[in-house]
Design a protein around this ligand. Structure first.
Ligand code: ATP
Ligand code: MG
Ligand code: MG
Length: 590
């Protein structure tokens, strides 16, 4: 295998491993914390990364970038990547999402088992398990004079924070003593105050040029039932407070996040430095690094916007094959290999950009081309009648044709199907009056039925409106593919087909881009306005008999048409349903 291309994160990790940056480190929590488990198997010489989704929706292709990055780095450097649910926001979170995320990360090919020095552990965590520690950390900050309870209204707090041009104004509550603050904070915890009546704020610097350091809120009152801790708490830590603590308790070495969090890094360091000073954590603490988020054209990658598509019934659920969710991509026919290849190909950088959707499709096409069995399918069937069949082959006769399952994988064997007097062909393969450069069926022209015989078109039968009902042709004797002398008759066109005698009817779902605008939500645009009204077309097709044994999730190349997958949800042997995964060529916009 070729070496992975380097990037700024690989360089940082290689440097830290060479310098032994984290070898001095031991777990710094108190025994009894849930976090103890994280360190139980800790080998200080290893790197630890984490993928920390909030369980408030289904993962999308942007998350896949982060998953492949975090788990991939841990794998490549002999470390471990934690799967951690960042569940500090009880109103929006749900066990359904927790389960779906676990399934998705597994399906993508990653695992959170670690084995160091013969001790193995499962590195699956949830931030809510650290609420006790976080609470103690907050009390420590109060006692050390680094936090205070602020009773200003939310509006006053916002105004007094100031903006980039002007320094903030100190809260009148900022000079309370630690004892007063501690008493108030305990009242908050004990449910003695209304939601929103006050917050706990870190006491840093109201004049900092970085707004995030102007005494950020770290705890708020929220009476909400949490899917893990139930009604134990009525105060919850803010994300910016919780996240660094989660990383530190789990001995994360390299905490990777998207560029929007760059301005949060000073607070991340401030908080962990204070907790190390207080002996609640041990240095060196984790370091945050930022990388560019994935922006993919023709889709939106925000759980909130994807949820809107689902709840407004713009799509048929989170796993609709048009959705950029991982479950949607999976149902569309994407494989873990294709998504991993995509993540590798786009790389990681520190500057935001848009990746074209066709890059993702190219990865799927490449992985399916080398693996997917081939089959013939007629997507828009019209009947072709071989008018001399009975005379040449015998009345009612059927002949047997065969083809390799995969042109480059002989081990997969061959598939066989019948040919008879009547076969289905694609409507677009016949033109009564051929345009220039058209080499398929038109009266007087010869083509080959792929894997079958050469035929010569003689005409067609039409209805009163001029619609073609049947195409007529004659079989050219002794031209069957694979028989001696079969290639003496030269033809310019080869068409795919399925015999009426053994073709199977199938529903085929043809998918197109979900949005017409390449950047549907850029610059605050109303993304729903550019929804593609024709992103799904359902047709009745006829497919070759080898597909009778197709199982849900099996992928195929329908020759000349593209890659298709038997729908994971709706496909059955008795009622086949195939989804278009990706075309044979990048034809978007052409
Ligand atoms: P969304 O805005 O869709 O809700 P999020 O970042 O709030 O996304 P989280 O569940 O918090 O969702 O994300 C988990 C991890 O996935 C984070 O570490 C985040 O950096 C990463 N992530 C989310 N979206 C992208 C993206 N588009 N590109 C790269 N990484 C992403
Ligand atoms: Mg988030
Ligand atoms: Mg979000």
């Amino acid at each position: 295998a070729s070496a992975k291309p380097s990037n700024f994160l690989r360089q940082i990790i290689e440097h830290d491993l060479a310098e032994g940056t984290y070898t001095a480190r031991r777990w710094g929590g108190s025994p009894g914390d849930a976090a103890h488990h994280a360190a139980g198997a800790s080998d200080p010489a290893k790197i630890r990364t984490r993928f920390p989704p909030e369980p408030n929706g289904y993962l999308h292709i942007g998350h896949a970038k982060s998953i492949c990055l975090n788990f991939g780095l841990a794998r490549d450097y002999g470390g471990v990547c934690h799967l951690r649910f960042d569940d500090t926001n009880p109103e929006k979170e749900d066990q359904e999402y927790v389960n779906a995320i676990i399934d998705t990360v597994h399906w993508l090919g990653f695992d959170w088992k670690a084995s160091f020095n013969g001790v193995s552990s499962t590195c699956l965590y949830q931030a809510s398990d650290y609420f006790d520690f976080m609470y103690r950390a907050a009390e420590y900050l109060i006692q050390a004079g680094h936090a205070y309870v602020d009773e200003q209204s939310a509006e006053a707090m916002r105004i007094n924070r100031g903006d980039f041009g002007a320094p903030g104004v100190d809260s009148p509550f900022r000079s309370r003593t630690p004892a007063e603050n501690l008493a108030r904070f305990r009242e908050m915890r004990d449910g003695r105050h209304e939601d929103g009546a006050m917050v706990l704020r870190a006491k840093i610097d109201m004049a900092s040029p970085n707004i995030n350091l102007r005494d950020p809120a770290i705890y708020r009152i929220r009476r909400a039932t949490h899917h893990n801790t139930g009604d134990k708490w009525c105060i919850y830590p803010m994300y910016t407070f919780a996240h660094p603590i989660e990383d530190a308790l789990e001995n994360i070495t390299h905490s990777l996040c998207t560029l929007e969090f760059e301005d949060q890094r000073p607070f991340y360091d401030w908080l962990l430095d204070r907790l190390c000073e207080g002996g609640l954590l041990q240095a060196p603490h984790p370091h945050q690094y930022e990388f560019a988020r994935l922006n993919l054209t023709y889709v939106v990658t925000s759980k909130r916007k994807l949820a809107a598509l689902v709840y407004d019934h713009k799509v048929n659920g989170w796993d609709d094959p048009r959705m950029p969710t991982i479950v949607g991509l999976r149902r569309r026919g994407y494989t873990p290999e294709a998504i991993q290849l995509f993540a590798e190909r786009i790389g990681v950088t520190k500057s935001d950009s848009w990746i074209d959707y066709s890059t993702l499709e190219g990865c799927l096409r490449e992985t399916l081309d080398v693996s997917a069995p081939r089959a013939m399918a007629v997507l828009d069937p019209v009947k072709l009648v071989l008018t001399n069949w009975d005379a040449v082959m015998g009345a009612g006769a059927l002949d047997e044709c065969s083809a390799p399952v995969h042109p480059h994988l002989p081990a997969l064997g061959r598939r066989s199907f019948k040919i008879g007097k009547e076969v289905w062909i694609d409507r677009s393969d016949f033109e009564e009056t051929p345009p220039k450069g058209f080499f398929r069926l038109f009266p007087g022209n010869k083509v080959r039925l792929k894997y079958g015989h050469v035929i010569e078109c003689t005409g067609c039968v039409k209805d009163a409106a001029g619609k073609v009902l049947e195409v007529h042709a004659t079989l050219v004797p002794d031209t069957k593919s694979g028989t001696p002398g079969s290639d003496t008759v030269k033809v310019k066109g080869v068409i795919t087909w399925v015999a009426v005698a053994d073709g199977i009817p199938a529903e085929v779902r043809l998918y197109d881009r979900l949005f017409l605008d390449a950047q549907p939500d850029a610059g605050g645009k109303e993304f729903l306005a550019s929804l593609n009204p024709n992103s799904l077309k359902v047709i009745q097709a006829v497919v070759e008999p080898s597909l009778a044994s197709a199982k849900a999730d099996d992928k195929f190349q329908f020759e000349r048409h593209g890659y298709f997958v038997a729908d994971r949800v709706d496909h059955t042997g008795g009622k086949p349903v195939f989804n278009l995964a990706v075309g044979l060529k990048d034809s978007w916009g052409k």
